[in-house]
Design a protein around this ligand. Structure first.
Ligand code: SF4
Length: 494
């Protein structure tokens, strides 16, 4: 059996929210593969279940992928990166949203069809993937994976789609849902974003002039590339030996964007610029607005690291209460292999999220977190703060209560499992065992963002989905046959 992914386990204990994949692609750079590797490292926060790189010498594509973090898949000492060395490359880090976490569903997804090879990297969730798959299976298509992404390859290969003047644009018009995509063909790259621009995707350029596409600008920073612009919703950009070319597969004015504002609240990295503004800056604004909406008398403001830190700084600045670090997260502790006993599990959490007793003892503290999903993880942190001698604990959350599932690529638990689903604020306060609780309002959150309020998706708070969802998919919607269990077993024993 393969070893477990240590970094991922450490992450599991500390958060209830899971990211949804990161993409990177670069054209024409002699160090394309190494830069893809660095770019994927910078995007590691978007997915830790699997990682992969596909590269091309202009004629043939080769691909290497595996389970775990980038560091684990491309181990130091192995010659994988050297063997992949080519001037065109795309990479992917995954957290599974449709299709369970196994190597057959890892990406880039490499396939061959009548026009040659293609490797696909996808961030998002196709809400009509089940219907499309049914349709293709009815005509005899055979699927190798259980991920939603594979339907795109089948759409590409369909002869009537290939005969269209813009076959890729034609294919994308069949997809519904959230998708930022990078396609590696043998001699060029194409990157596309869904018409609503739900997930981010940006363009950069290296000092030597080579074009790059990535989920977030933090990946451009990691390789010293400058930010050029975002890929527009409904746009396809082509990177080839002639440079960068743009075209649109929908009429631009026909769709109002629906950028996922949770990217700003939690998913994206603080140093990234997405949807036109810096993530850290917006999170600080959320914290300031939170302080205006839910003031409290206290001695110190502490963040739940790392994603609550920027909002906590904003809260402290606005409320004039000192900011301090009461919780310290260890990035180095992996799976401890202790028994699943509750008491020992709590100790494990303590190991990964340590308390600075001197900061919290005998203090009235404001704890700022970016969001709460089930609430059990948050309650665990509150308990250890209480044990460390906190006199009062006031929970402040820099987004509204999450009451609805996401169908566009974020793996929240079911509606029934969400803390705020059927609880009043008073019941949430009791559940969390805090002295008070305050969530940022929906108008307050949207007022902090730079774009018009109707340019964001906020469906997990409001229940108003920008793309109607007829049949909700979950991670296992396409796990239809026992066959896959045997396949996974075989893969694990290779
Ligand atoms: S439902 Fe929530 S997490 Fe999903 S895309 Fe919309 S804002 Fe983002």
């Amino acid at each position: 059996m393969p070893e477990p992914a240590l970094e991922n386990d450490a992450y599991e204990v500390l958060t209830e929210k899971k990211e949804e994949c990161g993409l990177f692609g670069i054209f024409g750079d002699p160090d394309a593969v190494q830069k893809t590797y660095l770019g994927l490292h910078a995007l590691q926060h978007r997915g830790q279940e699997s990682a992969g790189i596909a590269s091309s010498d202009g004629q043939f594509i080769q691909c290497y992928k595996g389970m775990g973090t980038v560091r684990r898949v491309f181990r130091s000492g192995s010659d994988t990166l050297e063997r992949l060395k080519n001037p065109i490359a795309v990479g992917h880090v995954r957290y599974s949203t449709t299709g369970s976490s196994k190597v057959v569903n890892s990406q880039p997804l490499l396939a061959e069809y009548s026009r040659g090879q293609v490797a696909v990297a996808h961030n998002g969730n196709l809400i009509n993937a089940g219907l499309l798959r049914d349709e293709y299976e009815a005509y005899g298509s055979i699927f190798k994976s259980t991920s939603d992404t594979e339907v795109i390859v089948h759409l590409l290969a369909k002869p009537t789609h290939q005969s269209k003047p813009d076959s890729l644009g034609h294919v994308l018009n069949h997809l519904q849902g959230a998708y930022s995509l990078i396609f590696l063909f043998a001699d060029h790259i194409e990157a596309a974003r869904d018409p609503f621009g739900i997930r981010p995707l940006c363009i950069g350029q290296t000092e030597e002039g080579h074009y790059v596409v990535a989920s977030e600008t933090c990946a451009l920073d990691a390789i010293g590339a400058k930010f050029v612009r975002e890929v527009e919703p409904g746009e396809i950009v082509r990177l080839d030996k002639y440079g960068l070319h743009s075209r649109f597969f929908v009429r631009r004015e026909s769709v109002t964007p629906a950028h996922c504002i949770f990217e700003h609240v939690y998913f994206s990295k603080q140093n990234s610029l997405i949807f036109g503004e810096n993530v850290h800056g917006l999170r600080k604004k959320l914290g300031r607005q939170l302080a205006r909406e839910h003031p409290v008398e206290a001695d110190v403001v502490i963040p739940v690291p790392d994603s609550g830190t920027s909002a906590a700084i904003g809260y402290a600045q606005e409320s004039d209460i000192p900011f301090d670090m009461g919780l310290v997260r260890s990035h180095y502790v992996g799976r401890t292999f202790i028994s699943p006993d509750q008491k020992l599990r709590e100790l494990e959490v303590n190991l990964k999220l340590a308390i600075i007793k001197e900061v919290v003892h005998d203090k009235r503290i404001v704890v700022v977190d970016d969001s709460i999903v089930r609430g059990t993880t948050t309650r665990g942190k509150i308990r250890v703060l209480r044990q460390a001698g906190a006199k009062e604990i006031h929970m402040r959350v820099s987004c509204p209560p999450i009451r609805f599932p996401c169908h566009y690529g974020v793996d929240f638990p079911t509606k029934e499992e969400l803390l705020a689903n059927d609880r009043t604020l008073e019941q949430i306060k009791e559940f969390l065992e805090v002295d008070s609780v305050g969530y940022l309002s929906l108008p307050g959150m949207l007022s902090c963002a730079a774009l018009p309020q109707d340019h964001y998706c906020a469906a997990c708070w409001s229940g108003r989905y920008p793309i109607p969802v007829d049949v909700a998919l979950n991670k296992f919607s396409m796990e239809r046959y026992q066959l896959y269990m045997f396949e996974e077993f075989a893969t694990a024993n290779e």
